[in-house]
Design a protein around this ligand. Structure first.
Ligand SMILES: [Zn+2]
Length: 75
C-alpha cells in the first residue's frame, strides 16, 4: 500500500498597521501574520497541528514571534 503524507506551511496576514520597527527604527507598516502548519495526505490538507504568530516589518523584513495572547491584543 502506498501512502503519501507531509506537512505544508501557510502564511496568512491577519492585519496591517503602521508602527515603529524595533530593527530598522523606521515608521513602516507592521504585518501581523499567522503561520499554520498543516498535515497533508496525498497533498490534501487534513488538519492544522500548529499555529504561530509573528509581526514582520514591511521595510526591512525583520520579524518577531509573538504569543497567542499578544496576538489577541493586536487584532
Ligand atoms: Zn524594519
Amino acid at each position: 500500500m502506498f501512502v503519501l503524507f507531509g506537512v505544508k506551511t501557510v502564511f496568512n496576514t491577519l492585519s496591517v498597521r503602521p508602527g515603529n520597527c524595533r530593527y530598522c527604527h523606521q515608521h513602516a507598516e507592521q504585518r501581523l501574520q499567522e503561520r499554520a502548519s498543516r498535515f497533508t495526505l496525498f497533498f490534501v490538507p487534513l488538519f492544522t497541528f500548529r499555529r504561530q504568530y509573528q509581526v514582520s516589518c514591511s521595510n526591512c523584513g525583520g520579524s518577531t514571534e509573538i504569543s497567542r495572547q499578544q496576538k489577541e491584543s493586536l487584532v
